[in-house]
Design a protein around this ligand. Structure first.
Ligand code: ARG
Length: 703
């Protein structure tokens, strides 16, 4: 039976692998046999002719890929969107295909120049005609999708391709009759997989394995219950048979060498229109503006990479390159995303890089009320470490208490409207919270190249240094500590017990005594082991002088806890003359505020340890208020806690023997954080030595 379905094909008279524009062509230049290709193509032609009508477009010399007529354009009813090939190697095919469509009475739409779209290779109609699946990521641009929706008046669902072997949608995705879908999930990003799963019921999805996918099993021609393909595993054949499809295999190995098979060699030119359905695209686009040292600071690369990585696409509309070393550049970029959800994710990250709206597009932030105390509205904007402003009633308002992982809440006070970062648990009914990503900007200082390089911390340029000499870092940190001290600034230390175990206790004590430290944060353990060392000479039962375990030493720390408990607090034990030296002693003696945050594993705890973690977080955030620098010494737990509360601009130095901890902490994307992978005791010892050098009298070298 021949159904009324028509396909367009193009004979392989001039077919060859002449160049490489997809991974299948690599190593295959001139490796395909013309005779075998002709034979395979004829077989396919005959198979299809048994089930449908085949039209032919004349092959043209010099355009070897013209056999892949799927890439001629996309047909729906009378209308055709002509392809715009990404690669110049195929662009010459366009006029021949255009001519064929026009001669056959189609309405031909052509896309703007530089907007690639590769026809039915990247756009497949649901076989029930309900919508159009459109691929992007390699050959076709996401921005072409709204044109398809407009011209063909159909809903377009955008799917992002991730695996370059499956560079066209039809290499990994094949809608079948009765709502079935044959596809290879591995070719798509997870967002697209979710979209597919939302549209196609589980019993209709035929997900194939990689082994079938690389045989181009998805590159199939479906005519009613017949599915024509290069090759399928027995398993796939029986799965298809179970749901009523019969597979016809016809070898197309010569064409696989160019990255195509059955579907690529055909174009369905009778695609019925469902009149009741109309256009609908979820593709959104938005123009953002960036200004600053876009090239020097790598900002533009980061912005563009991030857009693509997150599933969007972009077009740079303007780029004014700053010509002088100190002049800034400005760019306008149109960002497109397959849905509002993805757009929000992309924009919120671009905001962190300093992206803003064009002045004429500026809008007020979207606010939604808190209706349950301690719970933000869905879709709330998650705050970051960067100084942020939000737009309320046409005015930009600076957000207070900047920190990451909060919500931005607006409240009306006697002094007008106030915007603040608040933790979820602190949200109150009546607060209005910023949702979505409108009317939000971060203020990035656009330092010039010179300024940036003269900054003390630029040597570290937010890198983790283990290779680089630790001494070099120590010199810089010492210099910074000295500078902060001289300017009455504030340095806060977070420290883990390892500081004591590695013999750093005496050095840290000295830093406190000499006025380099204005706040100490830690847990129960640092205080316990510090006092254990100073009272009993051991740290967790190990003799600190001889480095050997002391008999019964494992109970030492409990004895200490017990003693302090007897006095009621560390301060009282110091007052009573029981604790006579060490880190905690110096804190008490020098009126340095400290906070010890409790945890589930704490022994005791010490009376000073705050076991209410909400209160502990509050104490921590009070102590870091106004800090210029935070020295994080071997405590992953407390350091991460502190990192979360600290706004950008505060210098952070993280020292840990474990590179993973250092990387995690210095990975804030702000230039002020640096990691040092080294033994913390050694680091502190070098640091005090270096400070000695800086404070010793100047001796002029003579002779
Ligand atoms: N060599 C061709 C290219 O890379 C193969 C095209 C295959 N066509 C398709 N619809 N997947 O453009």
């Amino acid at each position: 039976m021949v159904s009324q379905i028509r396909f367009l094909m193009c004979a392989p008279d001039h077919y060859d692998v002449d160049y490489v524009i997809n991974p299948w062509m690599e190593g295959n230049i001139h490796k395909s046999s013309r005779d075998r290709a002709v034979e395979q193509w004829n077989k396919l032609y005959n198979v299809i002719k048994n089930h449908a009508i085949v039209d032919l477009v004349a092959p043209e010399k010099g355009w070897p890929d013209m056999v892949f007529s799927a890439n001629a354009g996309l047909v729906l009813g009378e209308n055709v969107v002509l392809s715009r090939f990404l690669h110049k190697e195929r662009q010459g095919e366009e006029p021949y295909f255009q001519q064929w469509f026009e001669q056959n009475g189609y309405n031909v739409y052509t896309l703007p120049k530089d907007l690639p779209f590769e026809g039915a290779g990247d756009a497949l109609l649901d076989r029930e005609g309900r919508w159009l699946w459109a691929g992007y990521g390699f050959r076709s641009e996401l921005d072409s999708h709204p044109y398809l929706a407009k011209w063909l008046d159909i809903e377009v669902i955008s799917l992002r391709l991730m695996d370059e072997r499956f560079y066209h949608l039809d290499t990994c995705f094949c809608p079948l009759a009765n709502g079935y879908l044959l596809y290879y999930p591995g070719a798509f990003d997870s967002y697209s997989n979710r979209v597919i799963e939302m549209r196609v019921a589980p019993e209709k999805r035929i997900a194939i394995a990689e082994a079938d996918a690389v045989n181009f099993a998805c590159n199939a021609v479906n005519v009613e219950s017949i599915v024509i393909m290069n090759k399928a595993s027995d398993n796939l054949k029986s799965r298809l048979a179970e749901v009523g499809f019969q597979v016809i295999e016809t070898p197309l190995t010569e064409f696989l060498k160019a990255g195509g098979a059955a579907k690529c060699l055909t174009l369905r030119v009778t695609e019925p229109v469902r009149e009741e359905l109309h256009a609908n695209v979820s593709v959104e686009s938005r123009v953002i503006r960036m200004e600053g040292h876009l090239l020097d600071a790598g900002l533009i690369n980061r912005a563009l990479d991030l857009i693509v990585e997150m599933g969007g696409s972009f077009q740079v509309l303007k780029f004014n390159l700053g010509e002088q070393r100190q002049s800034t550049s400005a760019a306008e970029v149109r960002v497109s995303a397959p849905s509002h959800e993805v757009m929000e994710e992309i924009i919120s990250q671009l905001i962190d890089l300093g992206a803003v709206d064009l002045p004429q597009d500026e809008r007020d932030s979207k606010l939604e009320p808190v209706v349950q105390a301690g719970v933000a509205p869905d879709d709330f904007y998650v705050s970051t470490i960067y100084p942020t402003e939000i737009r309320v009633n046409g005015e930009w308002l600076k957000v207070q208490n900047q920190r990451m992982d909060g919500a931005i809440a607006i409240s009306q006070t006697a002094n007008g409207i106030v915007a603040k970062c608040k933790l979820l648990r602190d949200l109150e009914i009546g607060d209005r919270v910023v949702v979505d990503v409108l009317g939000i900007r971060t203020i990035r200082k656009a330092e010039s190249r010179e300024q940036r390089n003269s900054q003390e911390f630029s040597f570290m340029s937010s890198g983790v240094s283990s290779e680089r000499r630790v001494e070099l870092v120590v010199e810089q940190v010492a210099w910074e500590l000295r500078k902060i001290k001289d300017s009455n600034g504030k340095v806060v230390v977070t420290a883990g017990p390892v500081v004591i175990h590695t013999g750093g206790g005496e050095h840290l004590s000295r830093l406190i005594r000499e006025g380099y430290v204005q706040g100490l944060l830690g847990g129960n353990a640092i205080a316990v082991h510090d006092m254990e060392q100073n009272l009993l000479g051991t740290s967790l039962g190990v003799d600190m002088k001889r480095g050997v375990a002391v008999r019964g030493g494992h109970r030492h720390h409990l004895k200490i806890i017990n003693t302090i408990r007897r006095f009621g607090s560390i301060a009282k034990a110091v007052e009573a003359g029981v604790v006579k030296s060490g880190v905690m002693y110096e804190c008490v003696k020098n009126n340095i505020p400290f906070s010890l945050a409790g945890s589930i594993r704490d022994d005791g705890p010490l009376p000073d340890t705050q076991m209410n973690l909400i209160l502990a977080q509050q104490e921590y955030s009070q102590i870091i208020q106004g800090a210029d620098m935070i020295l994080m010494l071997s405590s992953m737990l407390h350091s991460i806690g502190v990192g979360n509360m600290t706004p950008a601009g505060v210098k952070m130095v993280c020292v840990d023997i474990n590179p993973a901890v250092v990387t995690k902490l210095s990975d804030r994307g702000s230039i002020e954080s640096v990691g040092v992978v080294t033994d913390v005791g050694l680091f502190l010892s070098l640091l005090t030595q270096q400070l000695d050098k800086l404070t010793s009298p100047y001796v002029a070298k003579v002779g």
